[in-house]
Design a protein around this ligand. Structure first.
Ligand code: G1P
Length: 265
């Protein structure tokens, strides 16, 4: 079964990217010639999604929506319907995803955090779909993390060995730090969810930072035995920090322009 819808939370204000994000929303920061969020929509489209639900905030959401609608569809995205939904209050990532519930309408869906971009040639969504029992099991993308990253990412608890990249999961903890981390496998911003996630998000209490955490609903899926992981073979790019954005620009730029920019010193 192909996954036809993707949810892309884009309401974050990007505090780690100030002052660039004082006016411009984080999702619209440019990497080479297009905003970060466009890469995420293109990635979802490559995996077969025909609808991208972009969760935006009240202040700057119209800019994100306009990017995809002004002057007609973007080249390469003609077959993709980009639908904005407004998150009226900044109550957390889990709340942002919950705002897409009506539009998702009981279908399995990809969820992509635009802070994390895939490296060229290393798409991960097809592997999530392949491990999802035809869209009946949620599958999250994982990477092994160094200790210092365990307080920056959600970290999962494993319930099996890793086989051919897949691993059964029994829970997840948001930003646990090295002492409390249940494993070394971190959530890296690519997910395939069954609509069950909404039942858990609806019940979710504020977690780390007083926010409704997506990771807490993922934990509930794991505790119910309804969660699998897929360990990606290479790291993602992270556009959420200045160094990460620079690295993403260099990696994607070298791929795009090849040797012509070898002269950068
Ligand atoms: C979010 C999620 C976290 C995940 C991370 C991936 O955190 O809450 O579980 O590991 O994205 O980038 P944020 O980066 O918004 O603090």
């Amino acid at each position: 079964m192909s996954i036809e819808v993707a949810v892309i939370p884009a309401a974050g204000r990007g505090t780690r990217m100030r002052p660039a994000t004082r006016v411009v929303p984080k999702a619209l920061l440019t990497v080479i010639d297009r905003p970060a969020i466009q890469y995420a929509v293109e990635e979802a489209a490559r995996a077969g999604a025909r609808e991208a639900i972009v969760v935006v905030d009240l202040d700057a959401g119209h800019l994100v929506a306009q990017h995809f609608s002004l002057e007609g569809p973007l080249p390469g995205l003609e077959g993709v319907r980009v639908r904005p939904v407004v998150q009226e209050e900044a109550l957390g990532l889990g709340h942002a995803v919950f705002e897409a519930r009506e539009m998702v309408a009981n279908r399995p869906f990809f969820c992509l955090l635009a802070d994390n971009l895939v490296r060229p040639g290393h798409d991960v969504l097809p592997a999530l779909a392949a491990g999802s029992d035809h869209g009946r099991t949620s599958v999250v993308c994982l990477r092994p993390l160094d200790d210092d990253m365990l307080s920056r990412y959600g970290v999962v608890a494993t319930a099996s060995d890793v086989e051919e990249g897949y691993v059964e999961l029994s829970g997840a903890v948001e930003k646990p730090g090295p002492e409390k981390a249940p494993s070394r496998f971190g959530l890296v911003g690519r997910y395939l969810f069954t609509p069950e996630i909404f039942e858990h998000l609806e019940k979710a209490e504020p977690g780390v930072g007083g926010e409704i955490q997506l990771t807490d609903a993922i934990d509930a899926l794991g505790r119910a035995g309804r969660l699998r992981g897929w360990v990606a073979p290479v790291d993602m790019l992270d556009t959420g920090t200045p160094e990460g954005l620079l690295q993403a620009t260099i990696v994607l730029g070298r791929h795009r322009f090849g040797d012509t920019i070898d002269d950068v010193r």
